[in-house]
Design a protein around this ligand. Structure first.
Ligand SMILES: Cc1ncc(COP(=O)(O)O)c(C=O)c1O
Length: 432
């Protein structure tokens, strides 16, 4: 079958809401490392990795071998039985996790990991209300849609009560119209007023992404999480850190929350954990984990094949020092993007991110501070980069933020190649 046929069948059979990138979606067929081929034989540099998930590159040999060996041995038992891959992975994650996170519950998606986290916080504290962040994304279940603060991703009005959304630490579009150099991180301090005015005064916790991923790689001021955690804990709550996008070296550190001094009470992870196999984990302190007394199972949680893949991912990250590579290549990517921003100062309003999680926000005219989002320019950039064989991602409430997140083992020359394509693409679309 060719790409055209697949596109037509996709359109015929999938829910129309399943959006694809590009006017003519690319039908991806095989990959190796940071390169991916479509069904028509075109090869692209994949700088979005299935939404920050292909952490150690497509068809990674170590991960594939681990999958093949495990699938030939045993593919499924559910959480009702202990297995070697599940226990080995749990031990590795606990060794890597910050603070006192000593217990794990495995599920199959980030949505479930966040659901589990909120549930644990409610049971452990005896409180129900939860603080989430505007511009945050937690997934597609009813609770996750309620935690998510993007109208685009909410199919029905918020269904789950007791969730209050704090201001996003979105410095480029500061909700308080303050300057980062002198703001005193008022957005974090406002959480106290939010709790005192909109909740019963006792909360279960706050769920926060260290960098808001779907929101457009929004990086908070480095004091943000610490100020927020102090307030949340004073009102009886726990800190739930969602590392679904930021975990496993993506930011140039093992965990995104390491940018702060905050030790999470609960941490969630998914995406990059198993290089694309469905797996997620919720880690908790013994106090939190022990409080949960109800029976709980996850049919697909801790699937042995996914766990074997995740263990291989962690070995790959350690052996090839990929956290350091993410920091170094991330720095090169950032310097290059800032160089491009100087060439197109009207169009590129902001460059932000950490490590291999970098974003550029496109606006009408940054030189006169007209920061009106420019989603049309973003779409044009997508088409131009595609023509030049580079795949990138999109994000942000306004659809005007480009997300760039290659695999952690991307090389310096691949980063250079991507920057050249981006520069040429901006030129081709007449950016200035
Ligand atoms: C920060 C964050 N949390 C949770 C989720 C939900 O994960 P999943 O799509 O695996 O359910 C996502 C997905 O993009 C995410 O970015």
């Amino acid at each position: 079958m060719d790409s055209k046929t697949i596109r037509a069948k996709h359109k015929e059979y999938m829910l129309p809401a399943v959006a694809n990138y590009y006017q003519e979606p690319v039908v991806l067929h095989e990959g190796k490392g940071a390169r991916i081929k479509d069904l028509d034989g075109n090869t692209y540099l994949d700088f979005f990795g299935g939404i920050l998930t292909v952490s150690v590159g497509h068809a990674n040999e170590r991960v594939n071998n681990a999958i093949i060996q495990q699938v030939q041995r045993l593919s499924h038992v559910s959480t009702l039985y202990p297995t070697v891959p599940m226990v080995e992975l749990a031990e590795k994650l606990i060794k890597l996790a910050p603070g006192n996170l000593k217990k794990v519950f495995f599920t199959a998606s980030g949505t479930e990991a966040d659901e589990t986290a909120v549930n644990l916080a409610q049971v452990a504290t005896g409180n129900l209300e939860v603080i989430a962040l505007r511009h945050g994304y937690s997934g597609r279940s009813m609770l996750a849609q309620s935690l998510t603060a993007h109208s685009n991703y909410r199919s029905v009005p918020t269904q789950v009560a007791g969730i209050k959304h704090a201001m996003s630490p979105y410095c480029y579009r500061c909700p308080l119209k303050l300057e980062p150099s002198s703001c005193g991180v008022q957005c974090a301090r406002d959480i106290e007023e939010l709790i005192r005015t909109t909740t019963t005064g006792r909360i279960a916790g706050m769920l926060a992404e260290p960098i808001q991923g779907v929101g457009g790689f929004i990086v908070p001021p480095k004091e943000y999480l610490e100020i927020a955690a102090e307030i949340v804990r004073r009102y009886g709550g726990l800190m739930i850190i969602d590392e679904v996008q930021t975990g496993f070296g993506r930011t140039g550190k093992m965990w995104g929350a390491q940018m702060s001094g905050v030790e999470p009470d609960i941490m969630t992870m998914a995406k990059g954990i198993a290089n694309g196999l469905p797996l997620a984990a919720t880690l908790a302190t013994p106090f939190v984990a022990d409080a949960f007394k109800a029976s709980t199972i996850s049919t697909f949680g801790g699937n042995p094949v996914s766990c074997a893949a995740a263990s291989a991912v962690l070995d790959e990250i350690e052996e090839h020092r990929l956290v350091e590579n993410a920091a170094r290549r991330g720095e090169e990517l950032r310097v290059g993007l800032e160089r491009i921003q100087k060439k197109y100062p009207k169009t590129i309003g902001d460059v932000r991110g950490m490590g291999l999680m970098q974003a550029i926000e496109l606006v009408v005219d940054e030189t006169i501070k007209d920061r009106t989002p420019n989603p049309k320019a973003t779409l044009r950039l997508f088409e131009e980069t595609k023509k030049r064989n580079l795949l990138i991602g999109k994000g942000g409430l306004y659809g005007n933020t480009v997300r760039i997140a290659p695999p952690l083992n991307v090389t310096a020359s691949e980063v250079e190649e991507s920057l050249k394509i981006l520069d040429e693409s901006f030129a081709a679309m007449g950016a200035n």
